[in-house]
Ligand binder design. Structure first.
Ligand SMILES: Cc1cc2nc3c(=O)[nH]c(=O)nc-3n(C[C@H](O)[C@H](O)[C@H](O)COP(=O)(O)OP(=O)(O)OC[C@H]3O[C@@H](n4cnc5c(N)ncnc54)[C@H](O)[C@@H]3O)c2cc1C
Length: 440
């Protein structure tokens, strides 16, 4: 594409240089189109740069890589494509400020060290990741001294900046980053008093409970929360209380725990503020917009992938999601560079979920697509055995037994070709349900 009115024009712009964004860009490059990655930090890799423990890439590479190793493989693949003449460009230190539909294309405004810059493109892939919930979002009571960090902030301080945030630590919330950081603090010589979780079940993966808490004798207190922070300049103690079934603390059983640091691991929020400004509704269960299996939103030419779409548990799924978005965005950009061109939504139907499904992507199915879709979902409660059914217009096209379902673990389900053909053929609403089997 050529320059118009001084603004640059590219086939596809990918926003975010984490695993989702780099996978999307690689897919665009492999399809022979021109792609520009916009990244606000000074290098690619996203959050993986600070995740120095191993366990990444088991599905994709069959190896247990650290986060930086996984990111390095992506960046190396990108450089390899560039040297082979692929039209993949990277702009770091560039912050996406806003985007808007501008006639037949998207126009995006960036803030860079040179000022504000505008770029036009046929397709935008948003791969902006997620951010952590903070003390403000959980209504933590008490003082606000130094020493309260989100788990990700502490991870960055220790693993990238080489700074110890504290020596005597309480962790609130049992999300995966909190579990990983509890072990990290112990490895760095700090004392971790315990992990306190308000729910009666752990939010993180079972393997992280075993490897990060049990192996290091770090106590886990379920059904317990921090009700107050104490400290004038620095955290001096926290009060913890057990909670009843509705989450109300029992103050009679309160315990004061001396500590200098409180780590919060209380949830992640997909980063979608910029696209929410476009009036795109966000799915309350995933925190991202509704998309087709190509990760196209209800705005033609706008794709969302990775943790910006839904918080995945494995980076391998994040990369798969980015690749699907990049492939589809290239198709969209090269065949339909106009708002009038047909987008997947012309032939898309909504998917209703029921039973024990807590969240699922895609929420829309492009019925014109030849390839069967892949569903990613989480269940609301633990079940040892369950049945997944997929129907259209009341006609069941797929039924599968699933075992050992746990809310923190995402389930990847690839629809079989026969079922996809039947789903496309039958009229009526599409529904996906998971029901517990055998009283589990
Ligand atoms: C704080 C934190 C710690 C984590 N630690 C672990 C861990 O220890 N182990 C684990 O398995 N998983 C961890 N995760 C999950 C991890 O995020 C995912 O596995 C994976 O990195 C998600 O990839 P992504 O590409 O979707 O997002 P990210 O890796 O978050 O990448 C998103 C990128 O988009 C960029 N960006 C965002 N907004 C803009 C904008 N407006 N303009 C330009 N660039 C932008 C960001 O700078 C970032 O580089 C962590 C997540 C968070 C938030």
């Amino acid at each position: 594409m050529s320059d118009v009115c001084g603004d640059e024009l590219v086939d596809v712009v990918v926003v975010g240089g984490g695993p989702a964004g780099v996978s999307a860009a690689l897919a665009v490059g492999d399809a022979g189109a021109e792609v520009l990655i916009i990244e606000r930090e000074d290098r690619l890799g996203g959050v993986l740069k600070q995740c120095i423990h191993d366990g990444f890439g088991v599905l994709q590479y069959g190896e247990r890589l650290t986060g930086p190793e996984y990111a390095h493989r992506h960046v190396a693949a990108l450089k390899c494509r560039q040297t082979q003449g692929g039209q993949i460009r990277v702009m770091t230190g560039a912050y996406l400020h806003s985007l808007r539909r501008d006639g037949t294309r998207w126009s995006i405004d960036l803030i860079t060290s040179q000022g504000i810059q505008s770029i036009g493109t046929a397709a935008v892939v948003m791969a902006t990741g997620c951010r952590e919930r903070t003390d403000r979002q959980i209504y933590l009571h008490g003082d606000r001294p130094a020493g309260i960090f989100t788990a990700g902030q502490a991870q960055r301080l220790i693993n990238i900046d080489g700074v110890m945030p504290g020596r005597n630590v309480v962790v609130l919330g049992s999300g995966d980053i909190g579990l990983i950081m509890a072990r990290r603090f112990v490895l760095e010589g700090a004392r971790v008093q315990g992990v306190y979780e308000i729910q009666s079940t752990v939010s993180g993966l079972a393997r992280n409970v075993a490897q990060c808490l049990e192996d290091w004798n770090i106590p886990l207190h379920l059904g317990t929360t921090v009700t107050e922070v104490h400290g004038r300049n620095r955290v001096e103690a926290v009060t913890v209380c057990p909670v009843d079934g509705s989450g109300l603390p029992d103050h009679n059983a309160a315990e004061r725990i001396p500590c200098d640091t409180l780590i919060l691991s209380v949830g992640l929020i997909p980063e979608n503020d910029i696209i929410a400004d476009l009036g795109l509704p966000l799915d309350s269960s995933t925190g991202g917009p509704a998309v087709t299996q190509d990760r196209e939103t209800q705005l033609p030419g706008l794709y969302v992938c990775g943790n910006a779409l839904t918080v995945y548990d494995l980076v391998d799924y994040v990369s798969e999601c980015g690749q699907a978005a990049g492939t589809a965005a290239t198709r969209g950009a090269t065949t339909a560079r106009s708002a009038a061109a047909p987008s997947a939504h012309a032939s898309a139907g909504p998917v209703e979920t029921s039973g024990d499904i807590g969240q699922m992507v895609p929420q829309l199915l492009d019925l014109a697509a030849d390839q069967p879709p892949v569903f990613f979902f989480r269940v609301k409660r633990a079940m040892d055995k369950a049945t997944l059914t997929i129907s259209r217009g009341g006609v069941q096209v797929e039924s599968r037994r699933l075992t050992y379902l746990r809310p923190p673990e995402m389930i990847r389900y690839e629809l079989r070709e026969r079922a996809w053909a039947a789903l496309r053929r039958n009229p009526g609403p599409i529904s996906v349900a998971v029901e517990a089997a055998d009283g589990s």
